[in-house]
Ligand binder design. Structure first.
Ligand code: MN
Length: 397
């Protein structure tokens, strides 16, 4: 079966959105967990954005040796040089060069002609290839780029040495049929050259980032760029957990596989919420507190008889703790605190007291309190850490 590579950009596109900035230690901690999740590439930052970002990419590259580390650069020499410097300590590295290619971006943002854009792509991809073994090129705003010009852009990038071509729907405007058709046309034009991988990068402004990414896979794309919990610019990126679980549950339909260890999805999601203080919505697919909670009596009855009646994914398969807690009058708060930690929540004493009251009330009714019940209660009770607004935000692919 064909493999779809998972390019995680939680530490770059995700981190650059307001309220999600992470310090270097936090980035390293999350990068280690991304390695445990077995993603194929970790994009660790945008080194030209600040000295701090450059140092963070360097540290991640030093600490995480088992996964290739990527760094982002505009198609400018100082950007590429900063990324090359940041990637020096990496065991395996990828330079990610981007340039906007839609007429709107070229005219309004870059004040460049199409010819100048082609020249910049060629020279910067070539320059990067002299220092880094693998170069990815992204045509920012590809989704709104004239298809004929986009084909020329892809040809120029490949001729200059790029082996991954990423065609982002930067503004979240595409619908699945259109987005897939764009890749089909580019493949026809390029003739599927050996060693070149097409990549999707979708934003969720219309709630279609995951659907668009999956349409791209059907059109032959073999790398998806996504983030944990779907964090990212504006409405966010395609959610990694939704993409990989969809490809796994509907394997027969897509005919592809990923290397992701699904049982690490929930722990990774919870580590990110713990680091950033921003919880996922309770109804979020795969990792939301209610994703496996069954409220209606008919559903509960079905689940008890056979989980397949209402569950297409078992909670254990994506790493939701299976442990149930028998909480009675004599159970301690410490047991509850431990159970909360397992679920990724660090409760204050006041919060613990409130969760305890509600959990014991539930235990009075049903004796057995499952991890998913505790999760739902914790989500309502435990306060968020105040969001940190990113001091600087730089727009990127
Ligand atoms: Mn993006």
């Amino acid at each position: 079966m064909d493999v779809v590579r998972i390019f995680d950009t939680t530490l770059r596109d995700g981190e650059q959105s307001p309220g999600f900035s992470m310090n270097t230690e936090e980035k390293i901690r999350l990068a280690r967990q991304l390695a445990a999740l077995n993603v194929d590439v970790i994009e660790a930052g945008f080194p030209i954005a600040s000295r701090g970002d450059l140092e963070a990419v360097k540290k991640v590259a030093q600490e995480v040796r088992t996964v290739p580390i990527a760094a982002l650069a505009r198609a400018k020499k100082q950007d590429v040089d900063a990324a090359v410097e940041a990637l020096k300590p990496a065991a395996s590295s990828r330079l990610h060069v981007f340039l906007a290619t839609s007429d709107l971006h070229l005219r309004v943002k870059l004040n460049m002609t199409r010819e100048q854009a082609l020249e910049a792509i060629t020279s910067m991809v070539r320059h990067g290839r002299q220092h880094v073994g693998e170069v990815e090129f992204s045509a920012e705003d590809a989704g709104r780029t004239d298809i004929g010009f986009l084909c020329q852009v892809c040809r120029a990038a490949v001729d200059a040495g790029a082996t991954i071509l990423n065609l982002p729907d930067t503004v979240g405007y595409a619908v699945p049929e259109e987005y897939g058709a764009m890749f089909t046309k580019v493949r026809e034009y390029l003739g599927d050259p050996d060693g070149v991988t097409l990549s999707a990068h979708c934003h969720d402004d219309l709630g279609m980032a995951v659907a668009n990414s999956l349409a791209a896979v059907r059109a032959g794309v073999r790398q998806i760029e996504c983030t944990i919990n779907g964090i990212g610019e504006r409405a966010g990126n395609a959610s990694l957990e939704e993409v990989v679980v969809a490809l796994s549950v509907r394997k027969e339909s897509f005919g592809v596989t990923t290397g992701i260890r699904l049982e690490e999805l929930f722990p990774t999601s919870r580590m990110l919420t713990e680091i950033t203080g921003a919880q996922v919505a309770p109804n979020k697919a795969i990792v939301g507190a209610n994703a496996f909670a069954h409220e209606a009596g008919i559903h509960q009855d079905g689940i008890i008889k056979n989980p397949l009646t209402y569950e297409i994914i078992s909670p254990q398969s994506v790493g939701v703790p299976a442990r149930s807690l028998v909480l009675g009058k004599h159970s301690g708060r410490n047991a509850l605190r431990e159970a909360l930690r397992d679920l990724g929540f660090e409760a204050s004493d006041t919060e613990l007291a409130e969760v305890y009251t509600r959990v014991t009330a539930l235990a009075d009714q049903s004796k057995l309190v499952r991890a998913r019940d505790i999760l739902a209660i914790a989500h309502e009770v435990i306060r968020r850490r105040p969001a940190v607004i990113a001091a600087e935000s730089s727009s990127a692919a």
